[in-house]
Design a protein around this ligand. Structure first.
Ligand SMILES: *Cc1c(COP(=O)(O)O)cnc(C)c1O
Length: 462
């Protein structure tokens, strides 16, 4: 499988090159040249596979140049760190299914992708005799998941920017208590979007990027999207087995459009998804886009679901590429227009096409808390605020004639304040978080200034 850029400015490259490149050198995002298609009998053959077996089947459709044994080893090491034998179990609660994606080391769905990416990087760097300085911005969960993905690994340093005092205490502690020598936490005086913008700027400086062997872990890396495709197939197989359904809905709490884009790839591969339900908090640019073709940027609002407090969804360009008939010139035109005016409008016919794949809705702060409370009262199950948004919007938008699978993207213990407010009881702390506030920490507070970041990375690079 070869990879191309949404902006059409690079030669087709291999999977390994795509992983190492992160953001495409022309400023676009990397995508497979074609999307593998699975027919009904292919799908039927996936039904009884374990998670690692399924991962091997799906991933090998997109990966070449890795021996089956090496891929299997990477998969086993990546998902052996999960504390559930099914890796991403599906549980029935009330009228819907919950796909639990939070059994990895940092208790959020990003571990699914970043445990894999960390092992993949280590493998590729060893093979090439190279080193890498990873630079990324996080709104909370990516940072800790990325840090856990590469902590202690050879030939890798990692620099993670998070908005100072704008992530939850647990999220901050999960990052700053990793004191391995190859891990650098930078708390920036600014927002997540500032962090993401600075990272994009630094990656856009090709001379710097190449000189410092910069690598990306934020959701622009294709390998992350790819790893997430697997659990859509896994959840479908589990629910189909139980219900005999022919189609399902997936409801996805959305921020950077990475998770739901993986679902879109699964759908394009032939997974029978009736609609992907895109659920946002009050930062609803993507919901407005799906609902009325209005993709216009607004101020970031803080909510109880901070990992979705995002306006610039970095994976949106990947979807735009397909929406604009895989025409890189059109993508370039749209992205230029967006960077100049902060908005894109889509006409009715494009809008219609969006709604063949997506439904959408958003939840306010009060609705999020009420959903945690109501769902807990009805089922005894505790949702985290991100997952609650998916449940709320999913129940609102899905028709009752086909199963609804809601992605649970974080463990409730990561967002204890919201859970306490909703249910009157703090969530049960899993063992990995007990006593975390007592551990030693390491973190640098720094201005939201691209030059300052560049200097820090240079001084601490490997
Ligand atoms: C990152 C994250 C999301 C949003 O996922 P995207 O891929 O950015 O759309 C939702 N919930 C949680 C808990 C997250 O960490």
């Amino acid at each position: 499988m070869q990879y191309i850029s949404t902006r059409g400015g690079i030669q087709a490259i291999s999977f390994k090159e795509a992983v190492m490149m992160g953001l495409a050198d022309d400023g676009g995002l990397l995508l497979p040249k074609t999307i593998p298609q699975l027919n009904a009998s292919d799908l039927a053959s996936l039904t009884d596979l374990t998670y690692p077996e399924l991962a091997r089947r799906i991933l090998s459709l997109f990966i070449e140049g890795l021996s089956p044994a090496d891929l299997e080893d990477i998969i086993h090491r990546s998902y052996g760190s999960f504390d559930h034998p099914e890796v991403t179990p599906v549980v029935r609660q009330g009228d819907l299914y919950i796909l639990e994606l939070f059994h990895g080391p940092t208790l959020a769905f990003k571990d699914v992708a970043l445990q894999f990416l960390g092992n993949l990087f280590e493998y590729l760097l060893r093979e090439r005799g190279e080193k890498m300085n990873i630079l990324g911005a996080t709104s909370g969960d990516t940072g800790s998941a990325a840090i856990y993905g590469v902590r202690g690994k050879d030939n890798i340093h990692i620099f993670i920017l998070h908005p100072h005092q704008k992530v939850s205490l647990i999220q901050e502690l999960q990052m700053t208590t990793v004191t391995d020598a190859n891990v650098f936490n930078l708390a920036i005086r600014g927002t997540f979007d500032d962090g993401q913008r600075m990272v994009k700027e630094i990656f856009g400086d090709l001379e710097f990027k190449n000189r410092l062997y910069l690598g990306a872990v934020n959701s622009i890396n294709w390998a992350r999207v790819l790893a997430q495709v697997v659990y859509y197939f896994y959840a479908f197989a589990r629910v189909q087995k139980e219900t005999g359904c022919v189609e399902v809905y997936f409801s996805v709490p959305t921020g950077n459009f990475g998770d739901i884009f993986a679902g879109y790839i699964a759908k394009r591969m032939g997974l029978p998804v009736r609609r992907l339900i895109l659920a946002t908090n009050e930062n609803d640019i993507l919901a407005r886009f799906v609902d009325r073709g209005d993709y216009s940027i607004a101020e970031v609002v803080e909510t109880p679901s901070p990992s979705m407090d995002i306006q610039l969804a970095s994976n949106f360009e990947r979807y735009l590429y397909y929406l604009l008939d895989e025409n890189p010139a059109e993508v370039r035109r749209a992205m230029t227009e967006f960077s100049q005016s902060g908005r894109l409008n889509f006409d009715a016919s494009l809008q219609m096409r969006v709604t063949r794949d997506f439904l959408s809705g958003s939840a306010t702060r009060a609705e999020t808390i009420a959903t945690i409370r109501d769902f807990h009262q009805k089922t005894g199950y505790v949702l985290d605020p991100h997952s609650a948004i998916g449940v709320k919007v999913g129940l609102q938008k899905a028709a009752g004639d086909c199963p609804l699978i809601c992605l649970a993207t974080a463990h409730p213990a990561k967002f204890g304040d919201a859970v306490l407010e909703a249910t009157g009881t703090p969530p049960v702390m899993p063992a990995s978080l007990q006593g975390i506030e007592l551990r030693p920490r390491r973190c640098e507070i720094i201005d939201a200034d691209t030059e300052a970041i560049r200097r820090f990375v240079t001084e601490h690079s490997c």
